[in-house]
Design a protein around this ligand. Structure first.
Ligand code: 13P
Length: 238
């Protein structure tokens, strides 16, 4: 079954997140949707949500400690109180805007893996690498997997080309399939596509056999759109 994940990024408040989660939960139940669904709200909006078993609430980031003196960061003790066991690691906005290094990303990966978190690990090439051609793209993507234990059973990879994030420029169906197929020669875990996924292009993207699901930003922030996305995913058979 195809996976549908919503990354809220820096959007929605505590109040609107609670409404979103509860509406999606109701919709999923009403329509007997069984696909794995993930929602990644901002830290301030995390709560003990009462949701169906196929909806997981995760965090967009975390610091690789239980607790300690790391001003502004969040460790697992705080996440445990909300039963959070799912995390995004390596998102391009953290790599490029927040300047997170590969070393820190690997540290986070190892730490959250040792705590049995489900990890959605993001990779993706910037425009200048894409322009350099397929070989450069593959080399770049595999370099982002260096030091990452790909045999971890709770790992999901998200392929999100940086040039397609928030730009409205979606990779072509052929491009997505080509990259995912090459990644799958090395990776046994599910691989999601992310980058300007919308209600209108979702079906076509989910119909690609090598795509196991989607990680959606802006296209998922309206409740009706995200509900629609879960319904579209539930009707995909391959
Ligand atoms: P957009 O869907 O807004 O392009 O963002 C994708 C993304 O970064 C999801 O993590």
């Amino acid at each position: 079954m195809k996976i549908v994940a919503s990354n809220f990024k820096t959007n929605h408040t505590r109040l609107s997140t609670a409404g979103f989660v509860s509406k999606v939960d109701g919709f999923v139940k009403e329509n007997s949707i069984k696909n794995p669904i993930f929602i990644f709200p901002s830290f301030l909006s995390i709560d003990n949500f009462d949701v169906s078993s196929n909806i997981s609430i995760g965090v967009q980031n975390g610091y690789p400690v239980d607790n300690g003196s790391y001003t502004g960061e969040v460790g697992t003790d705080a996440l445990d109180e909300f039963g959070i066991k799912t995390i995004l690691i390596g998102h391009s906005e953290r790599r490029h805007i927040l300047k997170e290094s590969n070393d820190l990303i690997v540290k986070k990966y190892d730490f959250f893996k040792s705590n049995n978190y489900k990890i959605i690990y993001c990779i993706g090439e910037p425009l200048e690498v894409k322009t350099a051609g397929l070989e450069a793209v593959i080399e770049y993507l595999f370099s982002q997997l260096d030091g990452i234990d790909l045999s971890y059973e709770n790992l999901i990879i998200a392929y999100e080309p940086v040039w397609a994030i928030g730009t409205g420029k979606v990779a072509t169906i052929e491009d997505i399939n080509e990259i995912h197929t090459i990644l799958k020669t090395k990776i046994n875990t599910p691989i999601l596509y992310g980058g300007s996924v919308k209600v209108d292009n979702l079906e076509q993207i989910l119909n690609i056999k090598s795509v196991d699901g989607v990680l959606v930003g802006s296209g998922s922030w309206k409740i009706e759109d995200f509900c629609q996305m879960t319904l579209i995913a539930s009707n995909i058979k391959n």
